[in-house]
Design a protein around this ligand. Structure first.
Ligand code: GCO
Ligand code: MG
Length: 409
């Protein structure tokens, strides 16, 4: 069997997605996700101009070899653009292998290690009343673990909250990436945040009891000392994890945070290589791997990291916002189902329009996800529907402090 065609599609059904489709000379197709939120065309061009032609006439069954070839032969290793492109190829080849074998990808990865994958939902609110309502809505949808984000008095526009309040009505369409040619400016004040967040978690615990697993995303905004302070102040409320408490690229920062708090730590959504996370696992500075198959080079390297993490009792918590397409999401769901050290999966259902383009095979029941048993990844890409939604430029927001200094978003 040989690869006959490799095509790239950019489509924008509520948000932008980059999809790679590989077709074999036997007519089998495999699809992969290459979406890099806010920088989509860089990956699409990388694939179109530099990768697609390299795939032609290759044996689609050689997943590991193709991965190593694309990684090493580019010489300029790593980086989100390169790794998202390699991820798309990797996923498409796993999809083809599954279709050829007549098996879902999780079977090729060793079979299911659990009945289904527990997911967490997202709650937020501008005050406690709205936040409690939002948590109740998530519980009604079946979620059994909840990420809690909250407004902070004095901060006008804030990650995970402001946009949701402006939501067009469709759940989770709020995930940031604003249409237009300039990023939206938001504001930030760490001291106000550090004062307010523990009071919110105390109120949530009082209202919802001790059992409900609660999570929080710090979105890279704190210094190590500030993150340690937050971790300590949240200890009485028994978080399931505190995510991205410091900028992820400064891995040493986690050492200081870890010395001061037992609040579990999750990191990795912006990582794109095994080398970004290896020391954090080996030194046991984190508890959960937040990497996403799409930005991490695909199923192949993410599986290696999770096998390595298993030896250190570090578990998965793969990044699953709506900017990971249904293909990337399915890829990591198959992996999550198969590994022993599964933790929790972030899940925001994709919009109705997105699902017109990507026909998903997954199910979500009583808070648990399953990728389905269709051969391959279990997602169909509808090219005609994709053609109805042309690329529409969008940017992620960014932050400024009160004095105008740019801050991590
Ligand atoms: C999360 C993430 C997202 C990111 C988004 C950026 O934990 O889900 O932090 O909300 O901000 O994926 O594109
Ligand atoms: Mg996050």
């Amino acid at each position: 069997m040989r690869i006959e065609k490799a095509e790239v599609f950019v489509t924008s059904p509520s948000r932008n997605f980059v999809t790679l489709r590989i077709t074999t000379d036997d007519g089998v197709t495999g699809i992969g996700d290459a979406t890099l939120n806010g920088r989509e065309l860089a990956v699409a061009t990388y694939l179109q101009e530099h990768v697609c032609q390299l795939l032609l006439d290759k044996d689609p069954s050689t997943i590991e070899d193709t991965w190593q070839f694309l990684y090493r032969a580019s010489y300029w290793r790593r980086g989100p653009v390169t790794m998202a492109a390699i991820a798309a190829v990797d996923m498409a080849l796993w999809d083809i292998k599954g279709k050829v074998a007549g098996l879902p990808v999780y079977q090729l990865l060793g079979g299911a290690s659990r009945r289904a994958c527990r997911a967490y939902g997202h709650a937020s609110g501008r005050d406690l009343e709205h936040l409690f309502d939002s948590i109740r809505e998530e519980l009604d949808l079946g979620y059994t673990s909840i990420r809690v984000q909250t407004s902070v008095p004095g901060i006008e526009k804030l990650y995970g909250v402001a946009a949701q309040e402006q939501s067009t009505g469709e759940r989770y369409d709020f995930e940031p990436a604003n249409r237009g040619t300039q990023p939206v400016e938001e504001d930030w004040d760490t001291r106000a945040y550090l004062r307010h967040v523990p009071t919110v978690f105390e109120a949530v615990r009082n209202e919802f009891g001790p059992e409900l697993p609660l999570l929080h995303d710090g979105h890279h905004r704190m210094t190590p000392r500030e993150a340690a302070q937050l971790g300590k102040s949240l200890e009485p409320f028994d978080l399931y994890w505190l995510e991205d408490c410091t900028p992820a690229e400064n891995q040493e920062a986690l050492r200081l945070v870890r010395q001061h708090t037992t609040t579990p730590l999750a990191i990795g959504e912006v990582f794109n290589s095994v080398y970004d996370i290896k020391d954090l696992i080996q030194e046991q500075l984190i508890d959960f791997v937040r990497c996403a198959s799409t930005h991490f080079g695909g199923i192949t390297p993410l599986r290696k990291v999770m096998n390595f993490a298993e030896m250190y009792q570090v578990r998965s918590g793969f990044h699953g916002p709506t900017d990971v397409s249904p293909i990337g999401f399915a890829a990591q769901l198959h992996l999550g189902l198969s590994i022993h050290n599964y933790g929790l999966q972030e899940y925001m259902p994709h919009s109705r329009l997105t699902r017109e383009v990507f026909h998903e095979g997954l199910t979500f029941e009583n808070g648990y996800l399953h990728p389905g048993d269709a051969p391959g990844l279990g997602v169909d890409f509808d090219e005609t529907a994709a053609g109805r939604f042309p690329y529409d430029q969008a940017y992620l927001p960014y932050n400024r402090l009160a004095d105008g200094t740019v801050h991590n978003w």
